[in-house]
Design a protein around this ligand. Structure first.
Ligand code: NAD
Length: 336
C-alpha cells in the first residue's frame, strides 16, 4: 500500500524502512508535520502515517478523505490529536500502536525522578567545569517517601513497580483499578488524598477532556510544600502557568517534564540557533530544580523497532481487509 509518512526524522525512516523489508509497502517520507497546509502532500495516498504533534482535526481528515486516504496509521500510543468522531463519520480507519514499550516511558520517568532527587543535572555541569563542591547538591533518598501515580495503566503500573523497588509508599488514582498495582502494595485513593499525601506525583493518564489541566492552581494548593511533579504523559494535563507560579512560591520543589502543552512549536526540532518565543517555556528553563526533556521517553531502540513493525502490520491488515489490531474508534475510548 502507498503510505505518506509525515513528521519524518532520520530515525523514523531508518526503522520504518527496516520493518518494511518484510511488510513490502511503498513508503514516501515527508519532513513537515501534517497540518491543513501540508495535507495536499498526501493527495492520492490511501494510507497516511502520522505522529504525536500532527494535526488530525476534522478539517484535515475531511481533506485527506476527499483525496483518497482511507487509513491513518498513527506511529504512537496517544491519539488525543485525532478527531475520532469525524474519522468515524467519514469512514476513515485510525490505528495506533498501543503498547510498543511501556517500559521505555516508565524508565525515563524514574530517570527524571532520580536526577531531580540527587540534582544530577547540576552535578553534571559542575564537574565538567572543575567544580567539585557539594553545596547546593543535597538530595533525598526515595525510600520511605510517598509516590502518587495518576493513571495506572501500562506505563503507570510499571513506573509504580520500579518505585516500589525503591521502597516508596505507593498511592494511586485511576478511573479503573489495576490489580497489579494493589499486588505490590499500592493503595487507590481519591485525587485529593493523593495530592495531600504524596511527596512525588507522576502523571500517566491520557489526555481526555476530564484530564485537561488536571494539575492547575486548585490541585497544586492541595499538594505538599516542595512536592516533586513529573509529567511524561501529555503536556495539556498541566496548566503550565500555574506550575510556574508554584515553582516561584516553592510549592513545587522539583519538576520533571517530557511533554509540554505547547510542544508542537518546539519539540523534535533543533532550535539551538533561534530565540525561543514561548516565554512560559523559557521561564521554566530558568529554574534550577526543573528538568525538561523533549518528548524522548519513548525513544529507545526496542520501542522504535516495535512502533515501526506494528504500524506497518496495521497497514497490512487493513490492506488485506482484516481489522487491524491497533484500530481505535470514538466508541472504544473510555469516557470516565
Ligand atoms: P493506558 O491506556 O495503558 O493507561 C492509561 C490509564 O489512565 C488507564 O488505566 C486509564 O483508566 C487511566 N485514566 C483514564 N482517564 C483517567 C482519569 N480521568 N484519571 C485517572 N486515570 C485515568 O496508557 P499507557 O500506555 O500507560 O500511556 C499513558 C499515557 O502516556 C498515554 O496516554 C500517552 O499520552 C503517554 N505516552 C507518552 C509517551 C512519551 O514518549 N512521553 C510515550 C507513550 C505514551
Amino acid at each position: 500500500m502507498d503510505i505518506a509518512v509525515f513528521s519524518t526524522k532520520p530515525y523514523d525512516r531508518q526503522f520504518l524502512e527496516e520493518a518494511n523489508q518484510q511488510a513490502g509497502h511503498r513508503l514516501v517520507f515527508f519532513e513537515p508535520r501534517l497540518t491543513q497546509q501540508t495535507c495536499p502532500l498526501a493527495d492520492g495516498f490511501p494510507a497516511v502515517c502520522a505522529f504525536v504533534n500532527d494535526e488530525l482535526d476534522a478539517g484535515v481528515l475531511l481533506t485527506l478523505w476527499k483525496h483518497g486516504t482511507r487509513l491513518i496509521a498513527m506511529r504512537c500510543a496517544g491519539f488525543n490529536n485525532v478527531d475520532l468522531r469525524s474519522a468515524g463519520q467519514l469512514g476513515l480507519t485510525i490505528t495506533r500502536v498501543p503498547a510498543y514499550s511501556p517500559r521505555a516511558v516508565a524508565e525515563h520517568t524514574v530517570g527524571l525522578i532520580l536526577a531531580l532527587a540527587r540534582k544530577l543535572h547540576k552535578a553534571y555541569n559542575r564537574v565538567r567545569e572543575g567544580n567539585f563542591a557539594l553545596d547546593g547538591l543535597l538530595g533525598f533518598e526515595l525510600n520511605g517517601h510517598t509516590a502518587g501515580v495518576i493513571g495506572t495503566g501500562k506505563i503507570g503500573a510499571i513506573a509504580a513497580q520500579i518505585l516500589a523497588g525503591f521502597d516508596c509508599r505507593l498511592l494511586a488514582h485511576d478511573v479503573a483499578e489495576n490489580p497489579a498495582l494493589q499486588s505490590i502494595g499500592g493503595r487507590y485513593v481519591t485525587l485529593d488524598e493523593l495530592f495531600a499525601q504524596s511527596d512525588l506525583i507522576t502523571l500517566h493518564c491520557p489526555l481526555v477532556p476530564q484530564t485537561f489541566h488536571l494539575i492547575n492552581d486548585e490541585a497544586l494548593a492541595k499538594m505538599k510544600q516542595g512536592v516533586m511533579l513529573i509529567n511524561t504523559s501529555r503536556g495539556k494535563l498541566i496548566d503550565t502557568e500555574a506550575v510556574v507560579r508554584a515553582l516561584k512560591s516553592g510549592k513545587i520543589g522539583s519538576l520533571g517534564l517530557d511533554v509540554y502543552e505547547e510542544e508542537a512549536d518546539l519539540f523534535f526540532e533543533d532550535l539551538s540557533n533561534r530565540v525561543i518565543q514561548d516565554d512560559v517555556f523559557a521561564r521554566m528553563l530558568t529554574f534550577p530544580n526543573v528538568i525538561i526533556t523533549g518528548h524522548q521517553a519513548f525513544f529507545t531502540h526496542r520501542a522504535l523497532q516495535a512502533i515501526a513493525e506494528e504500524t506497518l502490520a496495521n497497514v497490512t491488515a487493513f490492506e488485506q481487509g482484516q481489522a487491524p489490531l491497533g484500530t481505535i474508534t470514538a466508541a472504544m475510548v473510555k469516557r470516565p
